[in-house]
Design a protein around this ligand. Structure first.
Ligand SMILES: [Fe+2]
Ligand SMILES: [Fe+2]
Length: 407
């Protein structure tokens, strides 16, 4: 036997240490996802709702990739636990206990900066041969967080930002007030706010429209998927704990998709040159869920969003016939998302019912209840509100005719 040994050629981070750090990162991402989702209904500006939705989705992608990587590193064990990282994770989770939506964004900026800082630091010490897969995951996540900072970060000097910073340093959760879901969604003041966003919701006689009216109605519908964005945010936040990571991952995509649908409508209306002050922005489906539990909200999202799948193809064809390729293409991409959502709705309603010891096949009863709640909310619309939305819609159709005549 030959004496001695060859020396280490470099210092490398160990596999199990790496798995531990990545587990912590997974839970930090998860906390950001859940916090962003929960605050979607409470922020007013549509672009901010959408930026939170996108951040939640991107965080879920990072969280998923990190989770899989931890399983690889610990193979054959599929162990994912917070372990020694727990105090920092409590800080990230506690950042959702902000006093209000503005403060939440201030604190979120602190978290995103800290997280991308952690990733950059990890990357600086990572070995590209041993741990190339992790490098790719963290580079993408750091880049996402740095972009999100530009879209979302509020005042880094506010009292809540200071509190979150203190919490990070002391590893002691921020002292705020326990998160509460906004039962009444915040509305963007630039728009014409009206619980019901088109007369046909209260008046079946009012035509859905053809040609120009259909283009307009569909864009207003897309914009008004704001309720779906908010509902997806609410259920992600409320059901993350009972349903677990796989639900969080699905719901984050769901949330992001609905925000894209909302922005599709906004983009078309903006491009046609409408003034937001003339465009109705509603809330009645979200309002119908006041005081209801997360199962009902899940039912609402699964039900009212996918109800019209059958019509989407027909509408895409109508837009093509009108030469409106934008509406057509938006509709087709929306339709592709919606078929995924129908599956999400059924799967998670069943899972939740099962978990609650109820019959998983009783989900159609949840949808019946959703129908009933929306009927009840619509029945509360006052004659004044009806008149107001009718005038708004009539004026908008008139404006659309003027725009069409000019082009
Ligand atoms: Fe949608
Ligand atoms: Fe949907």
């Amino acid at each position: 036997m030959t004496a001695g040994h060859l020396p280490s050629t470099r210092d490398l981070r160990e596999r199990i240490d790496t798995a531990e750090i990545l587990s912590r990162f997974h839970y930090q991402e998860r906390a950001v996802v859940v916090g962003c989702a929960g605050w979607v209904p409470a922020v007013a500006k549509l672009e901010t709702k959408a930026a939170l939705a996108r951040a939640a989705w991107e965080g879920a992608l990072a969280g998923e990739a990190l989770r899989e990587r931890v399983f690889e590193l610990r193979y054959p064990s599929r162990l994912l636990e917070a372990g020694s990282g727990t105090p920092i994770i409590r800080v990230y989770e506690g950042a959702a206990d902000a006093p209000d939506a503005t403060a939440f964004l201030d604190g979120l900026g602190v978290l995103l900066r800290a997280l991308s800082g952690d990733y950059r630091e990890f990357l600086a010490a990572a070995d590209s041969l041993d741990d190339g897969p992790t490098i790719r995951i963290l580079k993408a996540a750091a880049r996402d967080h740095e972009r999100q900072l530009g879209e979302l970060a509020g005042d880094s000097g506010s009292a809540w930002a200071e509190e979150v910073r203190r919490a990070l340093e002391a590893l002691d959760p921020p002292r705020g007030q326990p998160f509460e879901l906004a039962e009444q969604p915040a509305r963007d003041a630039r728009y014409f706010n009206s619980s019901v966003y088109w007369p046909d919701i209260v008046d079946p006689e009012y035509p859905y429209g053809e040609g120009l009216a259909l283009q307009l109605r569909t864009a207003v519908s897309h914009l008004n998927e704001v309720w779906a964005v908010e509902t997806a945010g609410a259920i992600l936040h409320e059901l993350a704990e009972p349903l677990g990571w796989e639900f969080v991952h699905d719901a984050a995509r769901w949330l992001y998709d609905e925000s894209r649908h909302m922005l599709m409508g906004k983009r078309r209306l903006d491009a046609w040159g409408f003034d937001p002050a003339d465009i109705p922005l509603g809330a009645y489906i979200y309002e119908a869920c006041r005081g209801e539990d997360a199962l009902t909200r899940l039912g609402m999202l699964g039900h009212f969003e996918t109800k019209n799948i059958g019509r989407k193809r027909e509408r895409a064809q109508a837009f093509r016939a009108l030469g409106d390729r934008t509406s057509e293409t938006d509709m087709e991409f929306d339709w592709a998302d919606e078929t995924i959502h129908a599956e999400y709705g059924r799967r998670w309603m069943k899972r939740l019912l099962e978990q609650r010891g109820e019959d998983p096949d009783s989900w159609p009863e949840v949808l019946d209840r959703c129908d009933e709640l929306v009927r009840r909310r619509v029945a509360q619309v006052t004659p004044d509100e009806r008149e107001r939305i009718r005038r708004c819609a009539d004026a908008l159709v008139l404006k659309a005719e003027q725009i069409a005549a000019r082009s």
